[in-house]
Design a protein around this ligand. Structure first.
Ligand code: FAD
Length: 380
C-alpha cells in the first residue's frame, strides 16, 4: 500500500520506489558487496523504515512482485522474510531474549571493549566499521557479519556486548534480527556453525577497500549447551478492538490508511526516549525514532505521543488498553511492567499476517522459506 503522506512516510515510499526502479534487478548479484557509504545502490537501505513498519514487509514484497518477475526479486523477498522469520523464531523462544537481556556487562574485558567501540583496535576495516556505525547508524549486512565475527573471535569480546553496541547505534536496531544475527555469527543459533570472517572474503567483497591481517580465521564456535523449548504461539488472538484507547510503540507504525485507528477515542504512541531499554540509544537514533512518531501523530487526528509517566497516570484510570503487539523485546518488557505495576489490562492486537507466518518459524529458514508463497497469499 502506497500512502500519499509527507515526511518520513513519503520518504520511505520514495526510497522503496527508487530501489525497485534502480537496484532490485541486480540485487541478487551485487548485494554482498560493501562498496562503502558513498555507493549503496546495490542494497535497498530500507531497514530503518521496515524495522519501524513505516514500510510493511508484506507490502514491500507485493510491490517488488508487482514491478518485477518473481525470479528477479526472489532473493530480495527472501531477505525481507528473514526479518519475519527471526521475529517468529524468537516469539517461540522468549527465554532467548530474556537470557540476552540479563547478561552481566561487568564481565567484559574493559580495555578491548573500549578499543573496539572507539575504533582503536588497529584492524583497519573493523575500526572503520565501528566509526561508520556510529556516524551513519547503518552497516551493510556483510559488514555486520564481518564486524560481529571479528568482535567475537579475534577480539575475544562477548557477543552480547556487541549486540548491545549495535542496538545503541543502528537506526534499524531490532530485538529479533540483531540478537539472533549475533547468535548466528557466534555459532549458538545454528549449533556449532559459526561465521568466520576471512581476510580474502573481506578484500573481495569490499572491492579491495580493505585487506586485513591477523584475523583469527580458525576459531571454534562459542560454546553453549543451552537449549530452548519451543513455546506455542497465542494463535487465537483476534485482531479486534476491545478497549477505547490504543497504545502503539515506535517499532510498528504500520497503517493501511490514516483512518485505521479512527474507532479509538485516543491513540497513544510512547515516546522513544521514554522506553526503558536494554541498550541506551544514541541521540541520532532517538531523534530518528521521534521523527517517525511525530509524523505518525500528525497523520492520525486522534494520536498523540506520550511519555512513560503520562502513560502510567493514564493506566491508573483505565480498565484496559488495546496495544499493537510490538513482539518480543524491550517494548513488550516495558508493557508487562506497566501491567504488573498498575493492574491495567492489555489486549494485544497481533497482526494476522505475522501470526500466519510465525507458525512456520519453529525450525530453520530453509524450511520457512518454502512457505513464502502461502504467506504472500495469506497477506493479500
Ligand atoms: C550481527 C547482525 C546484526 C543485525 N542486526 C539487525 C538489526 O538490528 N535490524 C535489522 O533490521 N537487521 C539486522 N541485521 C540484518 C541485516 O544486516 C540488515 O537487515 C540489513 O543489512 C539492512 O540493510 P538493507 O536495508 O540495505 O538490506 P537489504 O539487503 O536491502 O535487504 C532488504 C530488507 O530485508 C531485511 N533483511 C535483509 N537481511 C536480513 C537479515 N539477515 N536478517 C533480517 N532481516 C534482513 C531488512 O528488513 C532489509 O531492509 C543484522 C545482521 C547481522 C549479521
Amino acid at each position: 500500500m502506497s500512502l500519499s503522506f509527507s515526511g518520513p512516510f513519503a520518504e520511505a515510499d520514495a526510497a522503496l520506489q527508487r530501489f525497485l526502479d534502480k537496484g532490485a534487478a541486480s540485487y541478487e548479484a551485487r548485494r554482498n558487496f560493501d562498496y562503502g557509504p558513498a555507493e549503496r545502490s546495490n542494497v535497498s537501505e530500507l531497514s530503518k523504515f521496515i524495522s519501524h513498519r513505516v514500510l510493511f514487509e508484506y507490502d514491500v514484497a507485493r510491490r517488488a512482485l508487482a514491478q518485477h518477475r518473481p525470479e528477479t526479486v526472489d532473493k530480495f523477498i527472501q531477505e525481507v522474510f528473514w526479518r519475519i522469520y527471526w521475529k517468529g523464531w524468537l516469539e517461540h523462544r522468549p527465554a532467548v531474549w530474556n537470557d540476552y537481556v540479563v547478561f552481566d556487562h561487568h564481565t567484559i574485558p574493559e580495555r578491548q571493549f573500549q578499543q573496539a567501540v572507539t575504533g582503536k583496535t588497529g584492524i583497519d576495516c573493523f575500526d572503520y566499521w565501528s566509526a561508520e556505525l556510529q556516524n551513519t547508524n547503518y552497516l551493510h549486512n556483510h559488514a555486520r557479519m564481518w564486524f560481529a565475527s571479528i568482535w567475537i573471535f579475534t577480539l575475544g569480546l562477548p557477543w552480547q556486548a556487541g549486540a548491545r553496541f549495535f542496538m545503541q547505534h543502528l537506526f534499524d536496531g531490532d530485538a529479533a534480527s540483531n540478537t539472533l544475527g549475533w547468535r548466528w555469527v557466534a555459532g549458538i543459533q545454528t549449533s556449532g556453525k559459526h561465521y568466520v570472517a576471512r581476510a580474502s572474503n573481506i578484500e573481495q567483497f569490499t572491492n579491495g577497500r580493505f585487506s586485513p591481517h591477523h584475523l583469527n580465521e580458525t576459531p571454534l564456535p562459542v560454546a553453549s549447551s543451552k537449549t530452548y523449548d519451543i513455546m506455542p504461539l497465542d494463535n487465537h488472538t483476534q485482531y479486534q478492538k476491545k478497549y477505547n484507547k490504543l497504545i502503539i510503540l515506535e517499532n510498528d507504525l504500520y497503517m493501511k490508511s490514516e483512518h485505521e485507528y479512527d474507532a479509538y477515542d485516543a491513540v497513544f504512541v510512547l515516546r522513544p526516549d521514554a522506553v526503558v531499554r536494554s541498550a541506551d540509544l544514541a541521540r541520532p537514533v532517538i531523534d530518528f525514532k521521534m521523527g517517525l512518531v511525530s509524523a505518525f501523530c500528525e497523520i492520525h487526528a486522534n494520536a498523540q505521543d506520550i511519555d512513560a509517566a503520562g502513560l502510567r497516570a493514564m493506566a491508573a484510570s483505565q480498565p484496559g488498553f488495546d496495544v499493537v503487539y510490538p513482539a518480543i523485546g524491550d517494548h513488550l518488557d516495558g508493557l508487562y511492567q506497566l501491567r504488573d505495576e498498575s493492574g491495567v489490562a492489555l489486549h494485544f492486537l497481533k497482526r494476522p499476517e505475522d501470526l500466519f507466518c510465525w507458525q512456520y518459524a519453529t525450525k530453520g529458514f530453509f524450511n520457512f522459506k518454502k512457505h513464502i508463497p502461502d504467506m504472500m497469499s495469506f497477506a493479500q
